[in-house]
Structure formats: C-alpha cells, structure tokens
Design a protein around this ligand. Sequence first.
Ligand SMILES: [Zn+2]
Length: 292
Amino acid sequence: MRWEGARKSENLEDRRRMGPRTLAIGGLGMLVILLIGSLLGIDPRRLQQLVNNAPGAAQGGGGGQAANRELTPDEIRSRDFTATLLAFTEEVWQEQFRRAGESYTPPKMVLFSDAVQTGCGNAPSAVGPFYCPVDRTVYLDPTFFEELERKLGGSRADFSQAYVIAHEIGHHVQNLLGYTAIVDQKRRTSSPEEFNRWSVRLELQADYLAGAWAHYGQQKFNFVEPGDVEAAMQSAQAIGDDRLQKNSRGFTSPESYTHGTSAQRTKWFRRGLQTGDLNTMKELFALPYEQL
Ligand SMILES: [Zn+2]
C-alpha cells in the first residue's frame, strides 16, 4: 500500500507514551457497545471477564502515574500510518456524505497500550480494535497488527491494517447514519439469538463500508499495490466467527456468531470494493438473514 508522504489527520491521539493508567469504569451498556464495535467475534462472557480484569478497572481512579517515555521507531511508524489512514477515510467519507447532501463529522482515533478509558468504559487490548459510539472514537492498540501478521504468516501487510481501520471507521459511518441506534434498540427488544443476528448484520455492513472506502480511496489516492486486496481478504477470513471459534475451542456454534463467517466477511468487503455503491449498504441491512 502506498501511503507515505500523504496528509496525516489531526484527529489522532497517541496515549501509548503514558502506559497503563488507573481509571474508573464509566457508562452503562458498555459491554454491548464494545461487542458491537469490536472487530473480533469475542464471546460476551469472555469479554466481560476481560473488561473486569482490565488494568485499573478494579482500582477505580487515583494514581495514574506512568513513565513518559519516547516512542520506538516502530511506534512512530504505526502512529504515522494510522494518522494517514485516518486522513484517507476523512477525505473519502467527507466527499461521499457531501454527494448525498449530508455532512460528515470525522471520528477521533486513540492509540493505546494495555488498557484504555473510553466513553464506553474501560477496555483492555485483548478486545481488539473497536469503535465507541458514545464518544465517536476508534480505539486501537497497534500491537494487534503484530498478532494479525503472525496469523497471516509474517509479512507486513499495510493494506490488511487499512481494512481493520476502515472497518472501525465504517462503524462511525453507521453511527452517523443511524444504523447503530437501530441495532442498539434491538438489544432491548430481541432475544439474545435474534440480537446476535442484528450484530452480524451491522458487522457485515461495516465490512461493506470498508470495501466501499477502499473503492473510492483507490480512485482518489491510487494507494493499492499488487497483492494488497488479497492480503485484506485474508485478514477478513482470519477474523470470521467460524474461524475464530474453531481456532479457540475446536468447534463452531452459528447461533453465537456476532460478526459473520469468514466467507460472509470477505464477500461483503469484496462487494464494497468492487462497486462502492452506497445503495447496496442500505439493501444489505434489509436482506433476510439467510441471504447475508
Ligand atoms: Zn466491527
């Protein structure tokens, strides 16, 4: 992926220098919000454990003194990369919203290590990248990308990371367009199984939006290099619910899927990439579950 030298967003905050801090939990419904926003299909009970055990979550405020250290060259690179990617998403979505007669308010992005306090509560790195609709911010521990690279066999794949970031920005677009609120409402009115299906729908729509972003971004910035699309597809496959469940416990239970299968995730990302058609984004949301 070609990105070096392009504009960097000013909406990025790097909290990594501060290290882990002791912070209080805030906000009701945080688990569900995190679940919706997280990239990974994490079991809600596991997520609850993670959140409860997040550094600082138990202490509830106070302290918070951590060494202020210099960033490593790798950390500087990941900061520059995410700030540039964020700028790419700002320019694409600003233009698409303008064309639709709407205005786009860009999200913030926070880089952190170990754990982070958000408008949706305290979260550990283990939940993976996520978007908090309450404070309209994407939270990302870039060491997640190192794990992703290990899963994918080692090579540094910038475009795979771009897909991950674009997926989270997709959740912001959904938030602005009202889809997040619809699904959040379903949480209160549906059975857990039915709610999981709505969660899958929202996640696949975010994958579609990530593809659509790449479609328009390529027209504008010509950033795709040979092999990039395949690398992003591999990432989408690696984080399908079926693959994750199979790897972590040896079997899958489709009724507990919250993000969609590997095949579904690659299908909708690819479709967004091919057409960029935002009507398809609306149609996806109205499709019968079996046709997703
Ligand atoms: Zn997601």
